[in-house]
Design a protein around this ligand. Structure first.
Ligand code: SAH
Length: 395
């Protein structure tokens, strides 16, 4: 059997059931595993520890499928894993409030490299590791069968595929339909999801509960939604009775969809302006004009995918949060987020604290935010806890 032997003393993280094996921990690879093929993981003295998928081109050289040595990795294995992931979602009961859910959340669902989102009757799948890609057909079959969705769109166009030596792949893997505007519903609000061209899989499902919080807090407030994408927070704020919303994003296609989303929600009344602009520059402009907001939402893209980029990312977070504090009226609320895996919750909080200090603002954290319930975090995989947010009250 193909096998991977670890260097002496390098089995600790595997024993704690962390699913990643870095190239530097490996003594040697035995046999001739193909890219994405299965191999047994052994300690330095030959003890079997796990079964993993081989990624010959990646620094993350192997990802564990199972910590039970000898587990057979085949179609039945994936069907069982996916059924577990689906059962977790059923148990969480989100489907009472929405028809759009993350069904598979990679490592945290025991499926390293696989992300699957459901938008009504269309699934969107991302195969992001050599292992997940190797089992693509079996996984697609099981997904179709377990979900009852006949259409599965593949968005394997993430940059991380390059690190695995995989070419991008997009398009319908199963079924076919017009998927540039999948209609979804979230707590009574309607959104259109561009599964084909939208960012990531088309919609930021992880922010669902936080959009609801913003909706509950928006009554009568003048709102700035910075990095608004297709208007998720802006429309939630309008539905919650915001007086006025300025929603800013640099992406023209995202703003197109945002306007359609507004039209799809007759309850989201009030005044709103969708503006194509760079948030960094536009916040400065608003500051210079002396604008003040009762609620600011800052939901920027991932500035630091890994800890190595944390320093530059910290500067960017500091900048936008400092400006947000300047734009916040006394008694105002700032909902500020980071989805950077490389920025810990602790670091993020200290950046926001520094921003308030430099803005000359006295402020209090009144709530902590995370990703919604369809984004579990496996206890052995703290990296899965990427989304952090704070609700800050300006005194
Ligand atoms: N809040 C959104 C998701 C935001 S994703 C929701 O709930 O759906 C981050 C967004 O930031 C993307 O739409 C991207 O187009 C935008 N973006 C990235 N850099 C930007 C910049 N410098 N200025 C304005 N928008 C930017």
């Amino acid at each position: 059997m193909n096998a991977l032997q670890l260097k002496p003393g390098r089995e600790k993280s595997i024993r704690r059931h962390h699913p990643w094996i870095f190239s530097g921990a490996i003594e040697r690879v035995e046999g001739s595993p193909a890219s994405g093929g299965s191999l047994e993981v052994r300690s330095a003295n030959g003890e079997p520890l796990a079964v993993a998928a081989y990624s010959p081109q990646s620094q993350i050289r192997a990802r564990v499928w199972s910590f039970v040595p000898g587990t057979r990795i085949d179609a039945a294995f994936f069907r069982a894993r996916l059924a577990q992931a689906f059962a977790l979602r059923e148990q969480r009961g989100l489907s009472r409030h929405t028809n759009a859910e993350r069904l598979v959340h990679g490592e945290s669902d025991g499926m390293p490299g696989l992300v699957v989102d459901r938008y009504d009757d269309v699934l969107v799948a991302q195969f992001l590791s050599a292992g997940a890609d190797r089992w693509r057909e079996d996984i697609l079959d099981a997904l179709g069968e377990l979900s009852g969705c006949v259409a599965i769109y593949e968005r394997s166009d993430s940059e991380v595929r390059k690190l695995e030596g995989l070419e991008p792949r997009t398009g319908f893997a199963r079924g076919n339909r017009r998927a540039s505007r999948c209609p979804i519903m979230e707590y009574g609000l309607n959104f259109r999801v561009d599964v084909e061209q939208g960012q990531k899989t088309g919609f930021f499902l992880d922010q669902r509960a936080n959009r609801q919080r913003v909706r509950a807090l928006a009554q009568g407030r003048n709102v700035l939604d910075a990095f608004c994408y297709t208007g998720g927070f802006a429309i939630a704020a309008l539905a919650g009775g915001a007086k006025h919303v300025l929603a800013v994003d640099s992406s023209a296609p995202a703003l197109e969809v945002a306007k359609e989303n507004l039209a799809a929600n007759p309850t989201a009344t009030g005044r709103v302006e969708f503006l194509q602009a760079d948030v960094f520059a536009h916040q400065r402009l608003l500051r210079d004009r002396g604008e003040q907001y009762g609620l600011v939402v800052l939901d920027p893209p991932k500035f630091a995918p890994t800890a190595a980029q944390a320093r530059n990312a910290a500067r960017a977070y500091k900048d936008i949060n400092l400006l947000a504090f300047k734009l916040l009226a006394p008694g105002g609320l700032l909902a500020t987020f980071s989805c950077s895996g490389g920025v810990s919750a602790e670091l993020f909080q200290s950046i926001v604290a520094g921003a308030a200090l430099d803005a000359g603002v006295d402020a209090r954290i009144v709530e902590h935010f995370g990703a919604d319930a369809d984004h579990p975090v496996a206890l052995n995989f703290p990296e899965g806890d990427y989304l952090k947010g704070l609700l800050v009250y300006r005194v």
